[in-house]
Ligand binder design. Structure first.
Ligand code: ADQ
Length: 468
């Protein structure tokens, strides 16, 4: 088995904590099995970049991390990654900022990651680069002479060509993807957008999974990420989850809980969700005092202005809706800005009659799958899911809605609250089958097996017969 080298912006060192995300656990498992290395940013800063690599070995997982300068973090992470690519790739060119400093910082930091990873790479290693922070890294490693099998996975949507062309030097960026052997997207929709760009803007050709530009052919595939369904099912039955479930139910006094769990990010459609819920309260006075929306949204990327704005908007919107509808013993929205360990989160999901997952655009959305996995099979809740989340391609038995339409959201909440048990069970079973079959291990193997097969390892040459 070839050794796997994972390179991503942030490295999650295994700490046995219940709050370790599914992706971190899956990658750690693959690294452990192949005795690989995980390379990336430590999350820390230094006055002057030294290139010093911090090595660690936790629970059989080797990590190699570097500190970056403040300017690197500003230009590469807060700048090009989160002010330029994130909004653009989520179809929000109104929020995208194009600045030469950002682009320069992005390339500089990617060169730093290439310098860091380069001496660690051996010829038979398989290299797997993660996400939009590191698009050009593969090309930079090729420039340093590495012939290895290299893959790239994009965790966010690929935007339509007409939006992507607004990015200065877009072709230069996209052409670096052709340094990889396999590139992966969550859904056929993102893959189609990528192919369209390549055909229209680069004169490329597509033949099934193979995409050719100039003399270079790579594979571009759709490979939807999953969750660790088994672990999540167990988390939902853990003591911590059961206790959380008890606490939440006691606080509700027979009211139905609607839950939303998201990083505080404009792509998650939180403002539209609050407006949809307000519409439901307006349309359905008979449900007043009977429902509570708990929106759990830990702040993220607080240094970026658009994130400060969304926070302020939501604070005032939640206040306004609660002000309009609350009574002394009922508050329609519980808005919580904190994270929870995964077992407690599973308990919250399980307490909720409705999972309200309504991003305006999302590469996949793991919360939708976690909500499904945490349900009680004998009395499952209903998932209301945005048709613009990648997860909608797999979870077709959710109530699929347009998150921009408050009426659709209002109707779906009403329908979910009235849904008979046999329909809830039927829909949940179909979704759970998908969540269990295409779980995180399936995703990881589907991608790495394909990458490993791109160039079979050369069989050992037979020794020449000795001549007398
Ligand atoms: P994210 O945008 O971060 O991921 P998502 O897929 O929903 O979005 O994952 C969020 C994760 O954070 C989930 O595992 C969730 O449980 C956790 N989380 C959120 N709020 C939490 C809270 N309050 N407490 C504890 N945990 C919380 C990006 C892309 C997605 C894609 C993933 C993986 O934007 O589209 O699905 O990568 O590829």
């Amino acid at each position: 088995m070839s050794r796997l080298i994972v390179i991503s912006n942030r490295v999650s060192r295994p700490n046995g904590a219940a709050n370790q995300g599914g992706l971190a656990v899956a990658l750690a498992q693959a690294l452990r099995e192949s005795r690989g290395i995980w390379v990336g940013w430590s999350g820390g800063t230094t006055d002057n970049f030294t290139g010093h690599i911090g090595f660690a070995d936790d629970d059989g997982v080797k990590t190699a991390t570097i500190d970056l300068e403040e300017q690197d973090v500003d230009e590469y992470y807060n700048g090009y990654a989160n002010k330029t690519l994130w909004p653009l790739f989520h179809y929000r060119i109104d929020l995208a900022e194009y600045a030469r400093d950002f682009e320069g910082g992005y390339n500089r930091v990617n060169q730093r990651f290439a310098d860091t990873a380069s001496p660690l790479i051996e010829p038979e290693d398989i290299i797997w680069v993660q996400d939009y922070h590191m698009i050009p890294l593969g090309q930079m490693l090729r420039d340093r002479g590495h012939q290895n099998r290299m893959g790239f996975f994009l965790h966010i949507p690929w935007p339509p060509t007409r939006l992507l062309v607004s990015l200065p030097h877009h072709t230069k960026l996209v052409s670096t993807l052709f340094a990889y052997d396999v590139i992966g997207f969550h859904t056929e929709e993102w893959l189609e957008s990528f192919r369209h760009y390549v055909e229209r803007e680069m004169g490329g050709t597509v033949d099934g999974d193979f995409v050719t530009v100039g003399g270079r052919t790579i594979q571009a595939v759709a490979c939807p990420i999953g969750i660790n369904a088994e672990e999540f099912k167990q988390a939902a039955a853990s003591d911590a989850a059961v206790e959380m479930h008890r606490q939440v139910r006691a606080s509700l006094q027979d009211r139905s809980l609607i839950v939303g769990v998201d990083r505080l990010d404009y792509s998650k459609g939180l403002e539209e969700r609050f407006n949809g819920y307000a519409r439901f309260l307006k349309d359905h006075a008979e449900h007043h005092r009977r429902v509570v929306l708990a929106q759990i949204a830990p702040p993220s990327r607080g240094e970026v202005e658009s994130y400060q704005q969304i926070r302020a908007t939501l604070d005032s919107l939640a206040g306004r809706i609660n002000g309009e509808y609350s009574d002394v013993d009922w508050t329609p929205i519980r808005y919580v800005n904190q994270g929870y360990p995964r077992d407690k989160l599973a308990g919250i999901y399980r307490s909720a009659r409705i999972g309200l997952v309504t991003p305006l655009r999302d590469g996949m959305n793991l919360v939708a799958k976690e909500y499904v996995a945490a349900q009680n099979p004998d009395d499952p809740g209903v998932l209301i899911l945005s048709r613009f989340a990648g997860a909608a391609m797999q979870l077709k038995d959710a109530l699929l809605i347009n998150p921009y339409s408050p009426e659709e959201m209002s109707d779906a909440i009403d329908r979910a609250l009235a849904m008979p048990l046999d329909e809830r069970k039927r829909r949940w079973r179909a979704m759970m089958d998908s969540v269990e079959q295409q779980d995180i291990s399936w995703w990881r193997s589907a991608f790495t097996d394909r990458l490993a097969a791109t160039r079979q390892e050369e069989p050992e040459a037979e020794p020449e017969p000795a001549t007398e």
